[in-house]
Design a protein around this ligand. Structure first.
Ligand code: LIP
Length: 267
């Protein structure tokens, strides 16, 4: 990089903390009411998703005028040239709706579609996950590094499901096959945080299809800066067209082989 991306992390943290505070207030004010559905009846959007995205857009317009913003609720998902902000105003909306605390505000800065800075802020715990390209990743200021796992059969793997039933059925087939080859599998419900969990060694690996750019933009950088081997959607045809996979390096090849043998590429 021809510039230091760390000031972009500071912007992302500032704005994500403000959005996280709004998101948490909204739960107490009971304005979490579901306002709409997206791909299916179970894929929800709440008033808080929309208010959070509006806050992020307004604040970025002041702090970083003129820079485009891609957000989950207001659209745009393709990579944009130049510096672009990629925002998930609530990642883990279903968890949020239920008060299951694994949800977050995710903000990343991408240069020509590549993440250079990111922040993931958890409203419930207040945890702040950050990374800048080439400068490592941090949880509340403490440097992160991936787990020391070396055996896939003793690894804890994060996973996710799309909302559409047909695709979910195929993903569940892979899940069932994989479950006999690893220690256990977690489906915690927020992709950005699942990637952060790989960064912290809370998971040894993670795999999911069909994420939006906003789901992985910050978390994938946080995982890779902590030492994870990360495959972004479209980068490994053996995983299928739209898979995101992250793993501690010593198990990455074994996880890849197992996923392929379990039919992951065809889901
Ligand atoms: C959700 C995730 C979840 C994933 C869903 C969805 P949202 O994000 O992070 O883990 O499996 O497909 O994308 O919609 O709550 O921001």
């Amino acid at each position: 990089l021809s510039f230091d991306p760390r000031p972009l992390v500071d912007v992302a943290v500032t704005v994500a903390k403000e959005a996280a505070a709004l998101v948490q207030r909204a739960r107490h004010d009971a304005v979490t009411a579901q306002v709409d559905t997206k791909s299916t009846e179970t894929d929800v959007v709440t008033l808080a998703d929309r208010a959070s995205e509006q806050l992020v857009r307004d604040r970025l317009a002041v702090l970083r005028p003129g820079e485009p913003v891609i957000g989950e609720e207001e659209g745009g998902s393709a990579a944009v040239e130049g510096l672009t902000w990629v925002v998930d105003p609530i990642d883990g909306t279903v968890n949020y709706l239920y008060g299951y605390p694994w949800y977050a505000v995710s903000i990343a800065a991408q240069l020509d579609g590549v993440s250079v800075a990111g922040a993931v802020v958890e409203p419930v715990s207040g945890r702040v996950w950050t990374a800048a390209l080439g400068h490592g990743s941090f949880l509340d200021g403490n440097r992160l590094s991936v787990s020391k796992a070396t055996r896939l059969d003793l690894s804890l793997i994060g996973y996710g499901f799309a909302y559409r039933p047909e695709r979910r059925q195929r993903q569940a087939t892979t899940w069932a096959a994989l479950s006999t080859r690893v220690r256990d599998i977690r489906r915690a419900g927020a992709a950005s945080l699942d990637l952060c969990a790989v960064a912290a060694g809370w998971l040894d690996g993670y795999a999911e299809h069909a994420l939006g750019r906003w789901d992985w933009a910050a978390g994938a950088l946080i995982a890779s800066e902590a030492g994870a081997t990360v495959h972004l959607p479209g980068t490994d045809p053996a995983f299928g067209a739209d898979a995101t996979v992250a793993a501690t390096p010593a198990i990455a090849t074994a996880l890849r082989t197992a996923l392929i043998e379990c039919g992951f590429a065809n889901v």
